[in-house]
Structures are given as structure tokens and as C-alpha cells.
Design a protein around this ligand. Structure first.
Ligand SMILES: Nc1ncnc2c1ncn2[C@@H]1O[C@H](COP(=O)(O)OP(=O)(O)OP(=O)(O)O)[C@@H](O)[C@H]1O
Length: 294
């Protein structure tokens, strides 16, 4: 488990991280989301030791993290770092050897990963000869080739087509299932929502929400309901204690000022005809995101 505890960081007197704290659990995929400039990359760099914090600490499995711990991390930096002119296979083997793997292990990890990432037949190609999406897959391979004990990936899904997203996700999920803590940043909220076990939302350098995805959805559920009736639900607009948020014939999404007001809607609806659906609405990540970053 990786813990970020009360990290503060300023650049030239301007505070960009304020008391940033969150946890990346072992064996779970944690998505890190926030608008441009919110502080994701700075936080990740501090976790990696590429940048120092002004105060606060990063802990691994309960102890303050050391340089040798960090050498066993896998990192995919924002500024991608492969050598354009070097063949991809050679480069991955080199990186694995730098991390202390034997030549045989370095070779077998390389071929295994390129195979899983759909790049097996490109092993001898130079990085610059790959399409951008394939370069991105190669970057993911570079972060994983030395069997890291923790993974920190800055935007690993940017620029990938939907099939490539699935391929990369499969590889990351496999590492998480093997017990590795995996943190990745992304602007693609739909992907994060689908893939992640846990979420961390940052805005203006402070954490606005963090934790289990479903628990967060529960927590931000508020008092909204989704309903599908047998006929047009226009009458809802005149129902006391209700604010209609979305309306489409028999379908409605509404906020109720109290549980009683919601139950009154249900009673009224049943008197009017069939009710096909009446459930508390759990917000999507995009809705939670909008709410917490304001
Ligand atoms: N080396 C630096 N010197 C000065 N300011 C910096 C430096 N690195 C980052 N910042 C500032 O810190 C803030 C946070 O930047 P950061 O790159 O961490 O955001 P981010 O959430 O990763 O954004 P994006 O989604 O655009 O990558 C920004 O205002 C940025 O301009």
C-alpha cells in the first residue's frame, strides 16, 4: 500500500499542493483525476522522488519510502521517455537489465509484455517507426518490464483507441490482481469510472474526494431518484417538494427535498398507472467530479 500524507509543495512562492493525502491500496486500480494544472503530475513526481515535497511524506507498506523502494517502482512519466531510434525490444531489455533483471528474465518479460500489448511483431522496430498509439503501448511496457512493486502512470490511456484501452487495461488489471498498487491519472472520466476500484479527485492542489468508487457514488447520491412510469410524467413538475432535473416522456430524474416527498411521488404515480422503475440515483463520476471541484 502506498500512502501520500499531507504533502505540500510550492513553486516560486506559489502553493500548488496543499495537504495532499490519499492511499493507493495494494491490488487495486486507483484513478487520479483533476483538471489541467490541478496537481496530478506534481503529486506523482513527489511519490516517485523525482521532485521533493516541502512537507509531508510518502509511505510504502507503513514505512517511509526509501530510494531503493522507488527503484522497484514502475513509472510512466508525462513526458514520454523512450529513445526514438532504438528498437523497442532492445530498449525494453536494456531497461529491465538496468533494474537488475537477468538477461533471460529481461528477455522473457519483454516478449511476454509485447505479446500481451499486441506489439510482438514490432519487437525489432524503432520506437519512431511506431504509430503514436503503439508508442504509448511501448511506454506502458517500459513501465512494467522490470516487474515493479508499485505502478504510477501519468495518462497511460491518452491517445489510445478503445481496443487499445482494453489491452492496456488488461495488463494493468493483471498487475493489480497480483497485489501491486496501481495509480494512474486520466482526463477520460468514463474510462476511469469503468476501470478503477478507487478514485482520487484533486482540484487546485487539494484532494476533494477519495475512496472506493461505489462508496463515493453512494456518498454523493444525495436525494435524487430516477423513475420510469407507464405514461408521460409531466405531472411531476407540479408535485410538491420535487425539482425535476431531467425529463423525457415517461422517464424522469428528480431531486426530492425529503424521503417523504419522494414516497409521495411514488404513491401518486401508482394511482396514475404502472411504475416500471423507481430508484435512488447514484451519480456518475462526471457528476461527482463537477460537484466536488467547484
Ligand atoms: N517545475 C514547475 N515550476 C513551476 N510551476 C510548476 C512546475 N511544475 C508544475 N507547476 C505548476 O503546478 C501546477 C500543477 O501542475 P501539474 O502538472 O501537477 O498539474 P496536472 O494536474 O498534472 O495537470 P495536467 O492535467 O495538465 O497534466 C500548475 O499550476 C503548474 O503550472
Amino acid at each position: 500500500m502506498l500512502e501520500v500524507k499531507k504533502i505540500n509543495r510550492s513553486f516560486d512562492g506559489r502553493r500548488v499542493l496543499t495537504d495532499v493525502s490519499f492511499t493507493v491500496e495494494s491490488g487495486r486500480l486507483t484513478g487520479f483525476v483533476g483538471r489541467n494544472g490541478a496537481g496530478k503530475t506534481t503529486t506523482m513526481r513527489i511519490m516517485l522522488g523525482v521532485l521533493t515535497a516541502d512537507s509531508g511524506e510518502v509511505r510504502l507498506n507503513g514505512a517511509e519510502i526509501t530510494e531503493s523502494d522507488r527503484r522497484r517502482f514502475g513509472y510512466m512519466p508525462e513526458e514520454r521517455g523512450l529513445y526514438p531510434k532504438m528498437p523497442i525490444g532492445e530498449q525494453l531489455i536494456y531497461l529491465a537489465r538496468l533494474h537488475g533483471l537477468t538477461p533471460a528474465a529481461a528477455r522473457s518479460n519483454t516478449t511476454d509484455l509485447l505479446d500481451k500489448l499486441g506489439l510482438a511483431d514490432r519487437i525489432g522496430d524503432r520506437v519512431e517507426a511506431l504509430s503514436l498509439g503503439n508508442q504509448q503501448r511501448a511506454q506502458v511496457a517500459a513501465a512494467l518490464v522490470h516487474d515493479p512493486e508499485a505502478l504510477i502512470l501519468d495518462e497511460p490511456f491518452s491517445g489510445l483507441d478503445p481496443l487499445a484501452v482494453e489491452v492496456v487495461l488488461g495488463v494493468l488489471a493483471e498487475r493489480a490482481a497480483a497485489g501491486v498498487p496501481v495509480l494512474f491519472s486520466s482526463h477520460q472520466l468514463d474510462i476511469v469510472e469503468r476501470l478503477c476500484d478507487d478514485l482520487v479527485i484533486i482540484a487546485d492542489g487539494s484532494i476533494r474526494a477519495a475512496g472506493d468508487r461505489e462508496e463515493l457514488r453512494e456518498q454523493y447520491a444525495g436525494s435524487s431518484y430516477r423513475a420510469t412510469f407507464g405514461a408521460d410524467a409531466g405531472w411531476l413538475r407540479d408535485q410538491p417538494g420535487i425539482v425535476v432535473r431531467e425529463f423525457d416522456g415517461p422517464n424522469a430524474l428528480f431531486d426530492a427535498e425529503s424521503p417523504e416527498a419522494a414516497q409521495a411521488v411514488l404513491r401518486n404515480a401508482i394511482e396514475r398507472g404502472p411504475v416500471f422503475n423507481f430508484t435512488p440515483h447514484r451519480p456518475r463520476l462526471a457528476e461527482i467530479f463537477k460537484e466536488v471541484i467547484q
